[in-house]
Design a protein around this ligand. Structure first.
Ligand code: SF4
Length: 375
C-alpha cells in the first residue's frame, strides 16, 4: 500500500483577494453541497488502497464551506486508513469564517492543526489587498481556536504589499508573535497574471516596495522570528520546535501525495495527475463517470531530478546527497559538480555531513541558484 499525504481542495471564497490566483471562486455557494458530495466520492475512490500520513484541507477558504458540506466530507475521512492515530491534520481558514459547530466537527474528524490567513495587521493594508476581515476579527477567531483546544496554529503573513513600509512589516510580525502561534508562513507578494493586482500593476497604479526594502523585510523576518523562538525550516516557513508542517514537507521532499477536489494535483510514483478545475464540470464528471483527472504526465527521470533539487533546496536542511544516489542511482556530483562548486565558492550553497543546502545568503538569491539546477 502506498503511503501518501492527502490534499483536499475547497474552492469557495466569500470574496476574491486582489492578489490571489489560487483556484478559488466567490458567488458559487449554491454548489457547496453538490461539490462536497462529489469530493467525498473522489476521496473514497482515490484513497481506498492508500495509507494516509497527513491531511491538508486547503483552498479557497475551507472554513467558508457550509456545515452540511463538512458533514459529508467527515464521513469519507472516517473511513480512511491512517499511518498512525495522531497524524497531522490541517484545515485552512480565514478570520471570521470559523464557528463553534464547525470546530466541533473538526475535532471529531481529528483536525489538529489550523492555518489562518491574516497577511497584515494594519486595516488599511487589509483593505487595499482585498481582505474582508479586520485585525479584531482575526484575534477573535484566534482566541476561539485556542478556547476550543487547537494547540497547533499557523498564521500566514505577507510582505512587499503596496505602500508597505519596513516598520509596518515589523509591526505585523510583532503583533502576531504576541499571540504565540506555533508556526508562521511569511511570503512575499507576487503579482500574478489574472489578478486585480496584475491589471493595476500593468497600469502602473500599484506602488510596491523596491527590491532593497523587500530584501530587508525578508532579513528582519528571520531575525525577529529567531529571537522569538521560531526556527526557519524552509524559505518562507518558520516554526517552534516540533511544529514544522509535515504535509508541506511531503511536497518539498518529492514524496507521494494525492490531491482530491477541483484543480488538485497528485504525484504518485513518478506520475503527476491534474484534476478538472471548473467546479461545475468537476461535479458533473464525478457524477457521470467517476473520474475527474484531466491530465496525466509521467515525469521523466530528468523531471524528477530537477524537482527533487529545487524543491529540496527550499528546505533549510536541503538535500540528502545519499538519498539522491539512492533515488536516481547516480551521484549528485555526476549531474551537478560544476554548479555545486560554483555556488559553494560563492557561499550561496553549503555542503556538510552529506547535506547540500542554501546558506543564509543563498536563501536571498534562491531563485537564481535553483534555476541553475534545471538540466
Ligand atoms: S481567501 Fe485565500 S484563496 Fe480566497 S481569494 Fe483570498 S487568498 Fe485567495
Amino acid at each position: 500500500m502506498n503511503t501518501v499525504g492527502l490534499y483536499i481542495h475547497i474552492p469557495f471564497c466569500k470574496n476574491k483577494c486582489f492578489y490571489c490566483d489560487f483556484p478559488s471562486f466567490s458567488g458559487k455557494e449554491s454548489l457547496m453541497v453538490d461539490y462536497a458530495k462529489a469530493l467525498s466520492k473522489e476521496i473514497d475512490n482515490s484513497c481506498q488502497d492508500k495509507l494516509i500520513s497527513t491531511i491538508f484541507i486547503g483552498g479557497g477558504t475551507p472554513t467558508y464551506l457550509c456545515i452540511e458540506g463538512w458533514k459529508i466530507i467527515a464521513e469519507s475521512i472516517k473511513n480512511l486508513n491512517f499511518v498512525s492515530k495522531d497524524f497531522e491534520f490541517t484545515v485552512e481558514g480565514n478570520p471570521n469564517s470559523f464557528n463553534e459547530e464547525q470546530l466541533e466537527i473538526f475535532k471529531t474528524m481529528g483536525v489538529n492543526r489550523i492555518s489562518m490567513g491574516l497577511q497584515a495587521v494594519q486595516e488599511h493594508h487589509l483593505k487595499s489587498i482585498g481582505r474582508i476581515h479586520t485585525i479584531e476579527d482575526f484575534k477573535k477567531s484566534y482566541i476561539m481556536l485556542r478556547e476550543n483546544g487547537f494547540n497547533n496554529i499557523n498564521v500566514d503573513l505577507m510582505f512587499g504589499l503596496p505602500n508597505q513600509t519596513l516598520a509596518e512589516w515589523i509591526e505585523s510580525l510583532e503583533q502576531v508573535i504576541e499571540l504565540k502561534p506555533e508556526h508562521l508562513s511569511c511570503y512575499s507578494l507576487i503579482i500574478e497574471e489574472g489578478t486585480k493586482f496584475y491589471n493595476l500593476y500593468e497600469n502602473e497604479s500599484l506602488i510596491l516596495p523596491n527590491e532593497d526594502v523587500e530584501r530587508d523585510m525578508y532579513a528582519v523576518t528571520k531575525d525577529i522570528l529567531k529571537k522569538n523562538g521560531y526556527e526557519q525550516y524552509e524559505i518562507s516557513n518558520y516554526a517552534k520546535k516540533g511544529f514544522e508542517c509535515k504535509h508541506n514537507k511531503i511536497y518539498w521532499q518529492l514524496n507521494n501525495y494525492v490531491g482530491c477536489g477541483s484543480s488538485s494535483h497528485s504525484y504518485i510514483n513518478g506520475i503527476r495527475y491534474r484534476n478538472e478545475s471548473n467546479i461545475e464540470k468537476y461535479i458533473g464528471r464525478m457524477n457521470e463517470s467517476n473520474t475527474v483527472v484531466v491530465e496525466e504526465f509521467k515525469n521523466s527521470e530528468k523531471d524528477d531530478i530537477e524537482e527533487f533539487m529545487f524543491l529540496g533546496l527550499r528546505l533549510n536542511d536541503g538535500i540528502d546527497i545519499r538519498e539522491f544516489q539512492h533515488r536516481f542511482g547516480v551521484s549528485i556530483f555526476d549531474k551537478y559538480k560544476d554548479i555545486i562548486e560554483k555556488y559553494v565558492h560563492m557561499e550561496l550553497l553549503n555542503l556538510e555531513e552529506n547535506r547540500l543546502f542554501l546558506t543564509s545568503k543563498g536563501m536571498e538569491f534562491s531563485n537564481q541558484v535553483m534555476a541553475d539546477f534545471i538540466l
